[in-house]
Design a protein around this ligand. Sequence first.
Ligand code: NAP
Ligand code: ZN
Ligand code: ZN
Length: 347
Amino acid sequence: MTATKGYAAHDAQTALSDFSFERREPGPHDVAIEILYCGVCHSDIHQVRNEWGNSIFPMVPGHEIVGRVTAVGAHVKKFKAGDLAGVGCLVDSCRTCSQCQAGEEQYCETGSVGTYNSRDYAGNVTYGGYSTNIVVDENFTLRIPENLKLEAVAPLLCAGITTYSPIMHWKVSKGQKVAIVGLGGLGHMGVKFAVALGAEVTVISTSDNKAADAKKLGATNFVNSRRPEDMEKYRNHFDFILNTVSAPHSYDSLLPLLKTNGSMVLVGAPPEPSQVVGFNLILQRRTLAGSLIGGIKETQEMLDFCSKHNIVSEVEVIPVQQINEAYERMLKGDVKYRFVIDIASLK
Ligand code: NAP
Ligand code: ZN
Ligand code: ZN
């Protein structure tokens, strides 16, 4: 067992603080990783505060992990000590169901194992990347491109794949009109991917102070969703809307902006149920859909795409001791555009 220092939520109400625990010894198929950076996802806040009702405490959050391999098991083929490595939202799945066979472990019919706030198949609680090291099966470990800034790569492991996967699945392509709703950690990656694929991108935001950044990221248009008269100009306009909003809001204000046969895909996951006026779907044969992270194969493909197109996240690096303040700032939309923890602050 390896002694590990982490930062944990001990219950849904109090601030995160120091927490020591042990990682398993690497088995024959395992990779041991010294964590260097870990991104901060809004899903960390939802789970730390038990907003989805499934929290296990103490909880060490973090599923945007990059670091260096320190040791590998005897049967490991893809990694050796000294390599860069990444871990995203998944650390295991059944590997036999049709979804796992198709490389879409996130939809594993048995239930995949999350990097934190989950239980592995032996029943042990998983602990995430707000910690000094992690041990993961090589099949769930990602190769990290050497040409990108490491701290800016970390958010690709969740924010990157969660936006890349639906953009690919719904075949966003050159010349299409795409809207990204919410310019946060996920949203800014969605803009970068859609722009890289040649789409004409509009950011739909509640924050006027992000308009200049939206343009810098490559968006053509910026609309404030709190001004209905501006939203009205985009009625029947978009082929595809990627909705990354973390808080309850009206889907009915967005659906009419889709043209005939257009799709709005939810990746943002506010816990509250929403209502939808059926006619907003019926009238133009519109689709409302959802998408969960992405499988390991596609995550590697996304990292390689980022390496080729020089795409990384815009990050603000913080010591772990600032995490509670960082959560408060995220809730106010005050981060450009992803906090990343420098794990050296834990050592
Ligand atoms: P984030 O960085 O906090 O960004 C969320 C953005 O939503 C904010 O920047 C803000 O953008 C917008 N927003 C917030 N409150 C709003 C409101 N009341 N009305 C309208 N817009 C609002 O969060 P994130 O890390 O990108 O995560 C976004 C959501 O995706 C979270 O719910 C997270 O749990 C979920 N998620 C889902 C998956 C998946 O697999 N589906 C994976 C990862 C994360 P503006 O300032 O531009 O309005
Ligand atoms: Zn996430
Ligand atoms: Zn499976």
